[in-house]
Design a protein around this ligand. Structure first.
Ligand SMILES: Nc1nc2c(ncn2[C@@H]2O[C@H](COP(=O)(O)OP(=O)(O)OP(=O)(O)O)[C@@H](O)[C@H]2O)c(=O)[nH]1
Ligand SMILES: [Zn+2]
Length: 224
């Protein structure tokens, strides 16, 4: 049975639970069937929260019961890649990879409403226009007077705590996600790298993440 920040039990299904003021709790759990790579259907639970400090509608998708050290993916929203399949970045294939892994083996995906590394959709599209004029993904942010990356993972840590998770295996190539989670009290026991989903359109983007974003990406020539 998952716990709120204050340790009370929350039901897997049923009425929303109001947490004490100032804490984060589970608001609702709704089952969503997800098709695994082998074609079988498996139930995921979409989880909403109360009390998140940034007021954004972040959600979790949980597969199976919470393990001692579950595999967790923090996925920042990318409308262009996640929904429309844009190949300018690697977000779509990363999301599919994580969902498939979690659906097969259990764990939690946190879908964080941090479009454009936190600058929002319209600003990200403005940044794309600057990239089309030659700037890289970080320089384009700076040209628009944003820092390279505005993402804060405090809400992610709070969501994990509300789910009763304090130790995780984190599915990411981004060291900042692991460092921030640790600073917010989540023990990252292991960092599990994601695949490298390289194509002719996102090559520049992945190079910039590896060179300036500190991502653990080995860009082997010819990687698809
Ligand atoms: N500002 C900006 N944001 C972008 C651009 N391309 C993709 N993004 C955003 O970058 C974020 C990528 O999210 P993730 O895949 O969760 O994170 P990551 O930093 O790549 O780290 P991983 O966990 O290794 O995937 C999403 O919010 C995208 O919308 C871009 O060119 N400019
Ligand atoms: Zn993307």
């Amino acid at each position: 049975m998952p716990k709120t920040l204050h340790g009370e039990d929350t039901p897997l299904h049923g009425t929303p639970v109001e947490p004490p003021e100032g804490s984060v709790g589970v608001r609702a759990r709704v089952e969503i069937p997800v098709q695994r790579a082998d074609g079988a259907w498996t139930p995921g639970q979409m989880v909403t929260f109360t009390g998140l400090g940034d007021g954004l509608e972040h959600v979790a998708v949980q597969f199976g019961p919470i393990a001692d050290v579950p595999l967790v993916r923090l996925h920042s929203e990318c409308l262009t890649g996640d929904v429309f399949g844009s190949a300018r970045c690697d977000c779509g294939p990363q999301l599919t990879e994580s969902m498939q892994l979690l659906a097969a083996s259990g764990g939690v995906l946190l879908y964080l409403r941090q479009e454009g590394r936190g600058i929002g959709l319209y600003n990200k599209l403005d940044a794309y226009r600057l990239q089309d004029q030659g700037l890289d993904t970080f320089a384009a942010n700076r040209e628009l007077n944003f820092s390279d990356d505005l993402r804060d993972y405090r809400s992610a840590a709070q969501m994990l705590q509300a789910l009763g998770v304090s130790r995780i295996r984190l599915h990411t190539n981004n060291p900042d996600k692991a460092a921030q989670l640790a600073s917010y009290g989540v023990e990252v026991v292991e960092q599990v790298r994601t695949g490298i989903f390289r194509n002719e359109n996102n090559d520049h983007y992945l190079r910039a993440k590896a060179e300036y974003g500190g991502h653990s990406i080995e860009l082997v020539e010819g990687t698809a």
